[in-house]
Design a protein around this ligand. Structure first.
Ligand code: SF4
Ligand code: SF4
Length: 139
């Protein structure tokens, strides 16, 4: 079901600055689906098994990207830049428009406390329909 997100009204302001902060600094998971694994492996010109071994971990019955044990950085982040931008998984593509981040203004502002792309002076206006599309895609 598409979220109504009444508090959002027409939309929200966001443009990614490429600061890379959402890719490091705190523990978490970047879940990968089968087609995303294929796409990333192909983008990196690796076979699937090598990609899985080098960059991923199994958590329960799901697969996530690894993270650095102390910095929690994504292994695909280099010099604060995502090295797989064109092939990045939907969890990354849809950030910060995740259901939990747009559930309320409070949640959105909490997300803004580490995502400098939100509400900065040159941030683009992202219409509600686009936000809903991202929320739905992320699932
Ligand atoms: S795949 Fe790219 S965007 Fe996603 S967490 Fe890793 S470096 Fe960040
Ligand atoms: S924290 Fe926000 S502005 Fe920085 S790279 Fe991530 S999405 Fe872009």
């Amino acid at each position: 079901m598409v979220e109504k997100l009444a508090w959002v009204k027409g939309g929200l302001f966001f443009s990614c600055t490429g600061c890379g902060k959402c890719c490091t600094g705190f523990p978490g998971y970047v879940w990968l689906e089968a087609d995303e694994i294929e796409k990333l492996a192909s983008y990196l010109q690796m076979d699937k098994e090598s990609f899985l071994k080098k960059y991923t971990r199994t958590v329960g019955d799901r697969i996530s990207l690894k993270e650095h044990p102390s910095t929690f950085a994504c292994p695909l982040l280099k010099d604060k830049v995502c090295t797989v931008h064109e092939a990045k998984p939907k969890q990354c593509r849809t950030f910060p428009f995740w259901k939990e981040n747009v559930a309320s203004e409070k949640a959105w502002l909490e997300t803004a406390s580490f995502c400098e792309g939100i509400n900065h002076k040159e941030a683009a206006f992202v219409p509600l329909t686009e936000i809903q599309k991202n929320v739905k895609e992320k699932g």
